[in-house]
Design a protein around this ligand. Sequence first.
Ligand code: MN
Length: 130
Amino acid sequence: MTGEPLVLIVEDNPRNLKLARDLLDYAGYRTLTATTAEDGIELARSHRPDVVLMDVQLPDMDGVSALGRLRAEAACAAVPVVAVTAFAMKDDAARFLAVGFDAYIEKPVDVRAFPAQIAAVLARRHGARA
Ligand code: MN
């Protein structure tokens, strides 16, 4: 293990992608970005990020299907995956957790809370390994 945690951001909206990347870069994380699920899955396979932020509405695949693909990959089956969604419905958090996401973040992201939300997911993962 070397360097800061690597975060893979999968998001097709350029503004949302830039915001997430800028916030995480500023907070000291390393970042990788993809704008399609297929590219994200390929990057996850090749770079083994510490956490994946998965927009649930992507041009080629919905986030739940993309999550299933990641879980089916030996290289990234255990990586925490955070659902990032603009749906502002009350039941969404429970629904995304129920299908296997490790956490849920609503868009637009809270620029102050966002880095800490990612840190919390990473802390849970490290805790689980201890
Ligand atoms: Mn999208």
